[in-house]
Design a protein around this ligand. Structure first.
Ligand code: NAD
Length: 276
């Protein structure tokens, strides 16, 4: 498997543009969200982290980013299935930073299984975390963005927001729903200096996908590497995983002034998966 290029430091012009713009990144204690939070902190943006995990590890991540990039990094433990906690997270960031200019709705969970064996609870949980949480966070953040006439909303969807896949009905539905939310809100707020876009990654080797591949390896009686190769073969034409650093760079670009005319877009970052 070819190694992905390491993300470069943000170009000077991008840093100058982004520095000081406060952001919330949901589900940023691991994986893609952490990659995005890291790219933002590297560009000088104050960031609020969010997500589950070991409290000591989360604090080490928070303090590590703050020290490395000399920016304010906060943490909210808000549960993305709880609308009141989501509103509280946005308010906490607005009070601490003064305003919130960038909202990344990234928290997500995966359920794999045929539709008839997917329980109602599994269906509801996937839709709550992957889709409804973005609605609640956008609802809470928009008045503040309108007040400063500036905002960037970035929804982390998936290649499965653009195409379906057998065994992924709840997940793909949540990600297709994210597209409807992205396009409709983009049109509603287009004249307020606010853009709304969706990033659609292919496979990224995060804990979420490691669990998926480990379980496919176990079910097929094959090695993790063989299962990873098989998973990539179903999607990515370039034969390698997308990296969280690559997604962080794309999110930083979408957050910048240079991306002011990109709105309501679904941007694949999937090694060619959805080009097939
Ligand atoms: P991950 O499991 O590494 O991270 C998920 C994050 O969401 C974690 O921080 C977790 O604590 C948080 N989270 C989960 N439930 C939460 C809740 N109820 N409240 C608050 N936080 C919660 O997964 P990842 O692969 O980094 O996924 C991030 C996003 O990217 C998801 O929306 C996922 O669907 C999407 N995505 C991932 C891939 C991939 O290949 N990894 C591909 C396409 C899209």
């Amino acid at each position: 498997m070819a190694m992905a290029p390491h993300a470069a430091k943000p170009a000077r012009a991008l840093r100058e543009d982004l520095a000081g713009k406060p952001a919330i990144v949901t589900g940023s204690t691991s994986g893609i969200g952490l990659g995005i939070a890291r790219a933002f902190a590297a560009a000088g943006m104050p960031v609020m982290l969010n997500g589950f995990g070991d409290a000591v590890e989360i604090e080490a991540t928070r303090a590590g980013l703050a020290d490395e990039f000399d920016v304010t990094v906060l943490y909210s433990a808000a549960d993305m299935t709880k609308p009141d906690q989501i509103a509280g997270m946005v308010e906490q960031a607005q009070v601490a930073f003064g305003w919130v200019e960038v909202l990344v709705n990234n928290a997500g969970i995966l359920h794999i299984g045929p539709v008839e064996t997917t329980s109602a609870a599994q269906w509801e949980a996937v839709l709550a975390v992957n889709l409804s949480s973005a609605f609640h966070a956008i609802r809470a953040a928009l008045p503040g963005m309108k007040a400063v006439k500036a905002g960037r909303i970035i929804n982390v969807a998936s290649a499965l927001g653009l195409v379906g896949a057998a065994g992924y009905s709840a997940y793909a539905t949540s990600k297709h729903g994210t597209m409807g939310l992205t396009k409709s809100v983009a049109l509603e707020v287009a004249e307020h200096g606010i853009t709304v876009n969706a990033i659609c990654p292919g496979y990224v080797l995060t804990p979420l996908v490691e669990r998926e591949i480990a379980s496919a390896a176990k079910a097929g009686g094959i090695s993790f590497e063989a299962a990873a190769k098989a998973a990539l073969a179903t999607g990515q034409a370039n034969g390698r995983f997308v990296t969280s650093e690559e997604i962080g760079s794309l999110a930083a670009y979408l957050a910048s002034s240079a991306a002011a005319s990109i709105t309501g877009a679904a941007i694949p970052i999937d090694g060619g998966w959805t080009a097939r």
